[in-house]
Design a protein around this ligand. Structure first.
Ligand SMILES: [Mg+2]
Length: 384
């Protein structure tokens, strides 16, 4: 019998906000929101746990966050700093196994199956990783340890922040049983509603479902859902990624025209594409937005940067501008995606350019702050 797999899912706690709280002692213990300012169009990328108590969450429009938490600290994102931090954390993870799959800037899967003997077990690896990240980087991570990726991901979220949850092969069905069906991979709002309307509220309800009845409700996905409900998932930790074409597409389970959903999807896609570019050491000159409407009409809109970029915020902002200038109205969207092209080696000037981009963002933020306090005419920016 092959050795049981040992998969870790490492997820940094409130990543951007925790970095800022570490670096700005005056922000510790306070609601910190990283993203657009409260009086600007834009969203919150990450917020601290103190801010979450006010109902603020990531991908929330900044204006909403400003209303919920008016005395909170709003900070512009410093993607260069967060990317550097991410690289340092990924390097810590690679000290334990080369089998690391970064999922986003602050999240990774590790296949610790062969490394566990060396370090005294997978849970011990998780403890060591958490301790090192805290000691060396001053940040906390939550880690799930389980026989597969699906379970490890749910486990890392179980005791956040600063959590460590181990789910064994024997305990996995019992661990999943009380959790809502919406936690299963691929079960979005619509599928959840459908399942609930048939009495399947928890994953436990699905574990005991009659396969024929489940198939009548969700069709060919029944088998996969049932496997996941029982904690079965064979998907491998993917270390290598190809950089031939860098893009990301998502088909919604239900067609949607809701901007927050579209924005959230674009943000996740921007992060994924930017990370893949950094891993491949390339930067994109052109970003293309792809939309497919419910009637399958497909359009693409593109924008070209002065200098190649691999910055997710810049990519995301460009996509949102493209989406906003598209008169989608009430037309529902079936698929959204992006392609990064004109790929080239990031140039030396990129550093300078990024630094000045960062300065611009800080400046814009400072100006917005002044306007909020002194009125819209208080400060006029060049070009206003
Ligand atoms: Mg996280």
């Amino acid at each position: 019998m092959p050795a049981a797999r040992a998969i870790l899912h490492v997820d940094m706690d409130a990543f951007f906000a925790s970095i800022e709280q570490r670096d700005r002692p005056e922000c510790r213990g306070k609601p910190v929101m990283v993203g657009a300012g409260p009086d600007r169009r834009g969203i919150i990328a990450t917020c601290s746990y103190e801010a979450r108590r006010y109902g603020v969450h990531s991908a929330m429009p900044s204006r909403t966050a400003g209303k919920l938490c008016p005395h909170g600290v709003f900070l512009p994102p410093d993607m260069r700093k967060y990317s550097d931090e991410s690289r340092k954390i990924m390097a810590i993870l690679r000290d334990y196994t080369p089998e690391v799959e970064p999922v986003s800037i602050d999240e990774a899967f590790l296949d610790a199956t062969s490394a566990q003997a060396l370090f005294g077990g997978a849970a011990e690896i998780a403890r060591k990783i958490k301790a090192r990240i805290l000691r060396e980087r001053g940040l906390t991570a939550s880690i799930g340890v389980a026989p597969n990726k699906f379970l490890a991901k749910i486990a890392s979220d179980f005791e956040k922040p600063d959590g460590l949850t181990v789910v064994s092969e024997e305990a996995k069905a019992a661990f999943l049983a009380p959790q809502p069906v919406g936690r299963l991979w691929g079960v979005g709002k619509v599928a959840r509603g459908l399942l609930e309307s048939h009495g399947y509220r928890t994953i436990g309800d699905l574990q005991n479902a009659d396969p024929k009845r489940l198939e009548a409700i969700v069709g060919s996905r029944a088998r996969h859902l049932h496997d996941l409900a029982l904690g079965r998932d064979e998907s491998p930790v993917e270390t290598e990624r190809e950089a031939k074409s860098i893009g990301s597409e998502h088909t919604f389970e239900t067609d949607t025209e809701e901007r927050p959903i579209l924005h959230r999807t674009l943000l996740a896609q921007s992060e994924k594409v930017a990370r893949e570019m950094r891993e491949a050491n390339v930067a994109a000159r052109t970003i293309t937005l792809k939309l497919r409407y419910a009637d399958f009409t497909t359009i693409t809109r593109r924008t070209t940067f002065d200098q190649p970029t691999q910055d997710e915020i810049r990519i995301f902002e460009a996509l949102v501008r493209l989406l906003d200038s598209e008169k989608t109205g009430k037309r529902k969207i079936r698929l959204i995606g992006l392609v990064a092209s004109g790929l080239g080696t990031p140039q030396l000037q990129l550093d300078l350019f990024d630094a000045s981009g960062e300065k611009r963002r800080r400046l814009a933020h400072a100006v917005d702050d002044l306007r909020a306090r002194l009125g819209p005419k208080a400060v006029l920016r060049v070009g206003d």
